[in-house]
Design a protein around this ligand. Structure first.
Ligand SMILES: [Zn+2]
Length: 104
């Protein structure tokens, strides 16, 4: 439990960093960040904005959010594709991993 609490704090810090980075690239996104970037906000962002911020960053924000949700739901460490346990060493390398090695 304490491990997951630490992990959640790490992921939340990472999320803040990513959003700050996205906002540096595009001021238009500050409104989205203030409104707490969620899936809907990301979906609502137009392609041009995604192009500027970078799909990789947007994708990473999505993944980090999913991982935080999974910790809250108690499903962290389980592949969202096949339901298998994600290898612990993979989670050490990539705490926001939501898929196992095979499905990623
Ligand atoms: Zn899998």
């Amino acid at each position: 439990m304490t491990h997951h609490a630490t992990l959640k704090a790490t992921l939340e810090g990472r999320l803040k960093e990513l959003i700050a980075r996205a906002n540096e690239i595009d001021d238009d996104l500050s409104a989205l960040a203030d409104a707490d970037w969620d899936e809907n906000a990301i979906e609502a962002a137009d392609d041009e904005v995604l192009e500027r911020v970078g799909r990789a960053t947007v994708e990473e924000i999505r993944n980090v959010r999913r991982a935080i949700d999974a910790i809250q739901a108690g499903t962290y460490g389980t592949c969202i594709e096949c339901g298998d346990a994600i290898a612990p060493e993979r989670l050490v390398d990539l705490p926001e991993a939501t898929k196992c090695m095979r499905c990623a």
